[in-house]
Design a protein around this ligand. Structure first.
Ligand code: ADP
Ligand code: ADP
Length: 227
């Protein structure tokens, strides 16, 4: 059965008495090993969906399952632990810690998990190397380009050996060339290490490089194409 399953997801945001429906009854299955893009215009629900799939937020109703574990009803603590162990998340704005080197950033999830220093540095360096970043391991984020910073963020997700990596518009702050290069790195990791990726984008050029495009509009899936 599917690695990640969403069932009848509804998300309603309430701010100052105003209710905004962001997802309206969405069903999605992601199989292990897939390389999937979530496409759709701004406001269609991409960020909301990825946040729910990654357990960063909870649905108003519906279910999210990672394998045999239902995420949306887990306690805050168990969800935090599960995220640390099993889900890699890559943010649009990298979210690297500015005072840490690329290596320390890539090792950060492992540090939170209590992995011993030598082991976490070994795994972080291996992850950086698989993204072509081994030579820049000692640099801090402000000494790296946007594309390099995002590769460190992918390495941080990868170093934790999660079951799935979710990325919310990972190329949104990158120029075209670095954006395509990032997706090509993710694609290679997907093929060589069988890492399951789901990422959102509104850049049509990236969609030529994926197995599957799920299109959102107004909080619903309007197309689901496999290539
Ligand atoms: P996308 O990522 O496709 O741009 P979002 O998931 O960010 O879409 O947003 C979907 C809808 O939910 C939009 O109408 C957006 O304005 C609204 N929304 C998103 N986050 C919040 C929030 N924290 N509070 C209120 N409304 C929100
Ligand atoms: P994206 O770049 O994916 O479209 P947005 O720019 O829509 O993301 O949203 C950026 C952040 O602002 C997200 O964390 C989202 O939850 C929040 N947000 C989006 N729309 C609203 C809103 N109407 N009210 C409050 N927060 C919002």
């Amino acid at each position: 059965s599917a690695l990640l399953r969403a069932r009848q997801l509804h998300k309603m945001y309430r701010t100052d008495g105003v209710a905004t429906p962001a997802l309206r009854g969405l069903d999605l299955d992601v199989e292990a090993g897939e390389f999937t893009a979530i496409a759709g215009p701004s406001g269609s629900g991409k960020t909301t969906l990825l946040n729910l799939l990654g357990g960063l937020d909870r649905p108003t109703s519906g279910e999210v399952w990672l394998g045999a574990t239902r995420l949306d009803t887990l306690s805050r603590d168990r969800l935090a632990r599960l995220r640390l162990q099993e889900i890699g998340f890559v943010f649009q704005s990298y979210n690297l810690l500015p005072v840490l080197s690329a290596l320390e950033n890539a090792a950060f999830v492992l540090e939170l998990r209590g992995v011993a220093r030598r082991e976490r540095e070994r795994r972080a360096l291996e992850a950086l190397a698989s993204l072509g970043m081994a030579e820049l391991a000692d640099r801090r984020p402000n000494q790296l380009s946007g594309g390099q910073q995002q590769r460190v963020a992918v390495a941080r997700a990868l170093a934790g050996r999660p079951r799935i990596i979710l990325a919310d518009e990972p190329t949104a702050n990158l120029d075209t060339e670095s954006g395509l290069a990032l997706i090509d790195h993710m694609r290679r990791l997907n093929r060589e290490q069988v890492i399951t990726f789901v990422f959102s984008t509104h850049d049509p050029r990236l969609l030529e490089r994926v197995d599957r495009v799920v299109r959102l509009q107004d909080g619903r899936i309007v197309a689901d194409e496999r290539r």
